[in-house]
Every structure is written in C-alpha cells, then in structure tokens.
Design a protein around this ligand. Sequence first.
Ligand SMILES: *Cc1c(COP(=O)(O)O)cnc(C)c1O
Length: 426
Amino acid sequence: MAKQFKPETLCVQAGWSPKKGEPRVLPIYQSTTFKYDTSEQMARLFDLEDSGYFYTRLQNPTNDAVAAKIAALEGGVGAMLTSSGQAANFYAVFNICQAGDHFVCSSAIYGGTFNLFNVTMKKLGIDVTFVNPDDPEEEIAKAFRPNTKALFGETISNPALEVLDIEKFARIAHSHGVPLIVDNTFPTPINCRPFEWGADIVVHSTTKYMDGHATSVGGAIVDSGNFDWDAHAEKFPGLCTPDESYHGLTYTKAFGKMAYITKATAQLMRDLGSIQSPMNAFLLNLGLETLHLRMPQHCKNAKKVAEYLQKNDKVAWVNYCGLPGNKYYELAQKYMPNGSCGVISFGLKGGREVAIRFMDHLKLAAIVTHVADARTCVLHPASHTHRQLTDEQLIEAGVRPDLIRFSVGIENAEDIIADIEQALNA
Ligand SMILES: *Cc1c(COP(=O)(O)O)cnc(C)c1O
C-alpha cells in the first residue's frame, strides 16, 4: 500500500486492510498478551526468529497498524509508536548513543527536547553540543567529535518557527558518517517529508496535528531504512555487533534496512517500556484519517491571521514562515511549498505584560499548554513551556520573552481574527 497511493489515500486507508469478515475499522486490541498453541511457537518469538505478538509492551496489532500508516506517510520502511513525543526523541537518540557518546543538535528545538538533551541525557553520560542551525556548514562541522553519533534538528521549531535547511543538515551529518534525525511534528508528512531531502530518521510528537483533537499524548519514530550502519560499524556497535540479550543476533545482519527500528522495539521498548496504549493509538488513527484535510485549513487560517496581525499597529512583530519577507520564507517555500503549519508567533508593543493581558482577554482562543490542535489555542512560552530556560537560553532557542505562540485552529478565520481584535482593544 505504501508505494502506490498518494498521501490523502494513505491517511484514510493505510495500516489496516481487513480480510474477509474482519472489522472494517481498525480494532482496539485491548489485550496485554496473545495466545499460542505450543511452547515452541512462543519461544521462537522471544528469539526474534518469528515475528508475532506476545506482549503489548513490545508490540500490539493496533499500534502496529497506526505505526505502519505513519511509516507509509513519511515514506519510511518501518515505525514505532511511543507513549509521548519526549519518549520518541529519547529513544531515537538512545538507540544509537550510549554513555561516552556525543551528538550534535540544532539549538532551534522544542523546550522539552532541549531539557531532555541538555540535562537528563547528560546524566546518562551522553553529551550534546548545540549549534545555530543557520550557521554555515564549516561552522556546524566544528561541533563534531570522533564520538559523535547523530545530528538532530526540527523541521519547523516549536515555538521559534525557524525552518531547518534539511539538505544542508543531511550533508553535514553524512560527511561525518552519522544519521540525521529530524523532528517533523509541526509540518507533518502532509507538508514535508524529510526523507526526500536526506533525513534518515524522523520523529513525531503525535500529540499535535496527527492526533489533532487534543485527546492523546503520543509519539512515533520512523526509519527511512537508508542509513548504511555497517559502513560505519565502528560507530554503531549496538546495531552492527551481536546483541547478547538475543543470543548474539546482529540487527543489521538479521533485519537489513529495518535494523534501527527493530532494535528500538526489541531492545529499548522491551527494557524501557514507554508504549502507547492501544486505545490512544486508535484515537490517533482517527486523527490521521483527516490529517490531509485539516493541515491545509490550518495553514490557510494561519496565513490570514498572520496577515491581519502584520497590519495591526498594536503588534510589534509577527513571525510566520508562510509570510513573504519572513527570514525563513524561502526555506519554507523549498521544503513546504503547500504550506508549513498553523502555528504563528508574535509580540505586542509593550512587551511581556501586555502579552499576558491580551491573552487573558481572548474568548475563542484558549490558554492551554498545547499546540497544533483543531481548536485555536495560545501560550506564552517564557511563562509556561520554557520557564526553565534563562533569558540567554530563551534567545538562543529563538524565543523572545514577549513571544506569544498562537496555534491557529480550523474554525472560521474571521471569527479567530475578531477574537484577537476584541482582545487587542480590551
Ligand atoms: C510537543 C513536542 C514534543 C514533545 O512531545 P510530547 O508528545 O508532548 O511528549 C517534541 N517535539 C516537538 C516539536 C513538539 O512540539
């Protein structure tokens, strides 16, 4: 199914193809475990000699169907669902980095990811160097060390809305023999498919547009199958040398293009267990079925709201990569010609205090710690998601202290603009 159909069809149909007499709708396999007829059948599963289900911490049919849909949408060979976007980002890096290793990361990333990489993973002995993604290649290359194992970036950063030059990052990663991992949460594969530009691994917070209705926290990791781990075997012993916990099986030899994603499931999910519940995967799938309809509406509305704000004299600045003149307009046109996302940011004249007062007067747009949802919502990162960051780190992450993150929903754009107008005048 993955190859012959277009994204709209994949959103609706991929992942679950019922056979005769089976449910038309993807069932929720709300079962921790799965039955076998002989002890030998089960034993083969534990040795990864057969594929099949035995315990939902490792794999579940509902989750696998939804992962297969996301893999098809991204054009990857396989995917794994996780309990959250944070878990997806952690697993994506931890799958190829261990204590003593290092990776390089764009500084324009989500605050939660920044904290995970800069604080928690350092406690595990995995070091990171943050680079300015807009720096020239030679400058970014200086951050690489002999023990560097990956390069990481976000297609459109949350909330700074900086657009990643994916081809440039892929060149830098590959010239150092490491994969490029891209968090593609904001554009979704409807607007950008990073594998087509050289990324090797894609991660998602499915909590955002993919679910789209703010019902379920979740994440996903997608493997392009393109990175040649064996060509850099000395860097990736976890993939290219025997795993004693599976009787000396070597992932690249046993699973080829599926080595990375199989290891993530068979080893990391087995040991760390941040699975997505089948119920949440079912809800995520309902969201995915309309992703191709919602994304264009988010983008269309966001552009109208951004244009309105740009003309309003109470507004100090507007940041939306879909606006001509924006610093990232050209990159957005290159990587996302059909639209970027529904999230915009802006600052009001008068700064931080005026921003907070404006937000308190909004009626339709709700103040929530969420983004990329069918309903318009708003957040002040410096007071909320990015509270832990110093002013210096805020600026480095592209988040000004007066920045209002406005996530434009799929309501009528005139109603959203009227709400902004009354709050600006209040
Ligand atoms: C929200 C978000 C995350 C974290 O995802 P959760 O599902 O909240 O754990 C990671 N990356 C980006 C770009 C995000 O927007």
